[in-house]
Design a protein around this ligand. Structure first.
Ligand SMILES: C[S@@+](CC[C@H](N)C(=O)[O-])C[C@H]1O[C@@H](n2cnc3c(N)ncnc32)[C@H](O)[C@@H]1O
Length: 390
């Protein structure tokens, strides 16, 4: 995680601009004065830098919730803020003269809104969830030039590495998304996907709610797969295999194939490791046998007039509201020069969405992005809208 250790935080004037970086506004945590969020825009990327105390030191780093698409933009924002504020930087892990030609040229990296507003209409589309080093994704794309591959990852260094490979190898049939694949599935139209690969997912034995494979994931996979389309799980974990088998077999109108130690065309970094350790590898392949109804999601993320005062909104801090089909957790509250801001998690408990909500006078809006249009997010939003309306 890129960061600067600083002796003392210095505030600049907001808004300010320097070297192509815009510093839009600052938000002060209403309950912990040492924590601040700085809104930044670099190119099309809008995200927060976070100021915190850590181990008796002050740190300026990127905020995990508003993860920008490019680490390069975080580096640029951190260095530019330090320069503009003339802060005393004690130490840093940010390269000073970074060249980032690949990322600047890359068009393969897409934002979630790209998929939400106009999902690709290619004839053959395959998805790889958690592509890691990308060996399998790149191999498949090179060998199937007529197919569009959507690679989804949450680990930024893996994404950057694969984007570089895509540019070097001049591959034009991969699009990459930095997002939780479990949420992504909910906005994919029905009956359009040929294959979904889930290779060596993290087993999460102690936190099963974080697993990729779940009843909801399989339900969504069935819905988005064409008839005859497949969901392919490959794992070295006997426990994960047994759990997945049980979850898959509960579904009607699907065909399951189980394989043990099957050879596939390309061996990933993880598989290499397990093979050397002579571990068994399990494949569960689910074939979808049924056409699904069209995806229908009614509603939007607009707010009606806010009736609660800023003071009343700040008092929502730390409240958790359970609602039918979802929840809202008011995690933190912030003061702005001209309003208030809340950090929320909302939606379904298994895969909550984390975001910020800004309220200025009687207007409320999510920042920097609206939530994903999923059933549980729409339910949570409706509740929030009514709560702010008073
Ligand atoms: C054990 S690695 C396997 C990587 C690769 N498939 C391979 O076989 O080498 C699991 C990968 O899944 C990613 N991951 C975990 N949960 C995810 C999620 N919900 N959405 C997208 N990627 C996820 C992790 O960041 C990690 O890179």
């Amino acid at each position: 995680m890129p960061h600067l250790h600083i002796s003392e935080f210095k505030e600049i004037e907001f808004p300010s601009q320097e070297d192509g970086v815009s510093f839009n506004f600052i938000a002060d945590n209403a309950n912990h004065e040492e924590e601040k969020l700085i809104s930044v825009t670099v190119d099309e990327d809008e995200f927060f830098l976070l100021v915190v105390d850590e181990d008796k030191k002050k740190l300026l780093k990127s905020d995990k919730l508003t993860r920008p698409a490019s680490i390069y933009n975080v580096h640029k924002a951190l260095l530019t803020y330090a320069k503009l504020s003339k802060m005393d930087v004690l130490s840093s892990n940010v390269p000073q003269n970074q060249k980032n030609m690949h990322l600047q040229e890359v068009t393969a990296l897409k934002d979630i809104n790209y998929f939400a507003t106009d999902f690709p209409k290619n004839k053959n589309i395959r998805i790889e969830v958690g592509f890691g080093s990308g060996r399998h994704l790149l191999h498949q794309a090179i060998n199937n030039p007529e197919t569009l591959f959507i690679g989804i990852e949450i680990h930024t260094p893996s994404i950057e590495q694969v984007l570089k490979q895509i540019t070097i190898k001049n591959i034009d049939n991969i699009v990459v998304l930095s997002y939780d694949a479990r949420l992504f599935m909910e906005l994919v139209p029905s009956n359009v996907i040929e294959k979904i690969y889930v290779h060596f997912p993290v087993p999460w034995d102690k936190k099963p709610h974080r697993r990729v494979i779940s009843t909801t994931f399989i339900q969504e996979a069935r819905r988005i797969l064409k008839v005859g389309g497949t969901l392919e799980l490959r794992t070295d974990s006997e426990n994960y295999y047994a759990y997945s088998y049980e979850t898959f077999i509960a579904f009607n109108k699907t065909t399951l194939h189980i394989n043990k130690n099957k050879d596939i065309a390309i061996i990933s970094k993880y598989e290499d490791r397990w093979r050397k350790m002579e571990k068994n590898i399990y494949d569960v392949t689910m074939i979808n046998d049924e056409e699904s109804p069209e995806l229908s999601l009614e509603g939007d993320f607009n707010f009606s007039e806010v009736k609660l005062s800023g003071h009343e909104i700040l008092k929502l801090n730390k409240k958790i509201e359970k609602i039918d089909g979802g929840f809202i957790n008011f995690e933190r509250s912030y003061m702005l020069k001209d309003g208030v801001m809340l950090r929320l998690s909302m939606g379904s408990f298994d895969k909550p969405e984390h975001l910020y909500l800004i309220v200025k006078k009687d207007k409320a809006f999510y920042y920097p992005n609206i939530p994903l249009k999923s059933k549980s997010n729409l339910v949570a939003h409706k509740f929030l809208n009514e709560a702010l309306h008073g």
